[in-house]
Every structure is written in structure tokens, then in C-alpha cells.
Design a protein around this ligand. Sequence first.
Ligand code: DC
Length: 322
Amino acid sequence: MKIRIPKITVPKLKEISVQAPEIKLPEVKSVKLETPGVVTPEIKKPTIAPVHIKKPAIAPISFKKPVIVKPKVKLTHYNFGIEIVNENMKEKKLTIAIDGFSSCGKSTVAKELARKLGYVYVDTGAMYRAVTLYCMRNGLIADDGTVDEAALRRDIEKIGISFIYDPQTSKNTTLLNGEVVEDEIRRIEVSNKVSYVSRIDFVRAQMVKLQQDMGRQGGIVMDGRDIGTVVFPNADLKIFMTASPEVRAQRRFDELTAKGEKVTFDEILENVNQRDYIDQHREVSPLRQADDARVVDNSQMTRDEQFELILKMVDEAKEANA
Ligand code: DC
């Protein structure tokens, strides 16, 4: 491969420090010049963003055979506008697991994070809610929460759960067998029953399988209760979110009353406590913090403070993965 680059003093490239642990030069796809002229090899803040140089260049550069460079620092970006496109150096897309108690703002953070990083967001709670709604509609769950497990087991493969995902807003719309049920699954009647369904082993096995399929490629932010422990035990970043039950109940109360639902604070607090108990004490995949999870208690944090903290964690995870 030969590439011509005008007005580039190649030896100055020596002054560039590179951070990637290993760069296979033959995999460089293109070298183009964005700002033709004097090369000032002053390095900007190192970044792992792939670099593009737009205009053809004169200085011949040839890579005759695979050359492995093992530089000290990662580099792809420097201030004279040269970028090297190297598929190898493309930033690894992380798998981010966000677990924690109900109503502590996991999905808000996860959505915001996915939008910021250009990742996909998956709300696994919505999946258990959709199965619960299916049970309610088909008479598979009694008022006291008893589930007709034999019937549900027969039906489980037929319960189609899918999402319409909007990457601009990270909004996930949940579909149950093709029908939009996004609002219905958030209703208090479903919230009150979902723990009885989500504790059933074959329901969890089926959901975990679907979740692992969705996250196989990385570049995903998934929130739930068992993401860092069961679904993606090797996630690049695990966050465990929590807040006091009262703070969480207040948030859910505000959310539901804003939607016009007639609920009382005490009713919501009771639901929060009850779900915490069931989530933590169920036999299959109880809610617990993964040993390597980072804890975020947002009882006293503003949304901005929390997001800033989480972005810092993401940066650290990226560093660790670079
Ligand atoms: O996050 P949420 O409140 O929408 O979740 C609804 C219920 O689903 C919650 O009571 C716990 C359960 N759940 C679970 O058991 N495992 C998950 N990965 C996600 C949710």
C-alpha cells in the first residue's frame, strides 16, 4: 500500500507518542491530510477516536509487510490534522450493566448514558413487566400473585417481547406480541404483580437468553437487577444504584401522579418496600450487588452530579479497556 502525503515531515512523527498497546500498520485504511502545511507534532489530549485525514498527501508511505508497533501511549489524534484510520484502533464498545433497587433512576441514567455514548439501551424491567401483563390478560396470575406456572411454562416461548428503539432519544417502546404496551406495563396493577412473575426460574431463563442475544455485540447499556451478576458477569462496567426507599417512593409517586394516576404516597412506599424484599429474597437471581460493581447512592445527589460521576466511571472503564 502506498500513500502520498504533501508537506509532511515524516521524522517528526517520531515525536508523537502513541497509546494503543499494539497497532498493526497494514490495517491502516487511509491516511489523508486535513490541514496541508507545516507539521507541528504537538499532541493534543490523546484520544482513541479514529483519525481521518481528508486530502491526498505526497510523502510516500509504504507498509510492505505487517509491522507491529508497540508504542507507549495511545495516539490517533494530533493537531496538524492527520488522522489514521485503523479499524484496530476503533474504540471498543463497552457493555455497561446498571443494576439496583426499583425506582432509583436506573432507566433515566441508562437512557442518558446510551444516548451520550451512541449505544443501545435495554430496559430489562420492561420485559418482566410485559410477561406479567401477558399473565394478567390471560388469567395466569391471581389477585394474590399466585401464578399458573404450568400454563405460563407452556406459553413462555410464545410471548414475544420486542422494543422499538429510537437512538436519538434512547426511548424504548415495549411491544408484547407486536402490540405497543409501553404505558400499560408501567401501571401500578402491573407493578404490584411483576415480582411474582420475575421470580419464576423459567421466566428468568428465557429473559436472560433474550438479553444476552441483544447485548452480544457490546455497545449496550442494560439496566435491571441481575445484569452484572447473571446476564453479563463480564460487563466492562457494572454500576449498582441505590437510594433510600422514601426517596424512591417519592420519585415514583411524582411520576405516576404526573400521568394522572390516582395513587397515594403510602401505597407507593409499600410497593417499593415489598418489591425490594421480593427482589432481594427470591431464590433465582436475587438482587445483589456484583462484587466488582461501583455503587452509586443518589439519595442526596442531583441528576447532574450523578451523571457526571457515572461518566467518570465510563471513562475509567474505557481506559481499562484500551
Ligand atoms: O425496573 P422495573 O421496576 O421496571 O422492574 C420491574 C420488576 O422486574 C422489578 O420488580 C424486578 C424485576 N426485574 C428483575 O427481576 N430482573 C431484571 N433484570 C429487571 C427487573
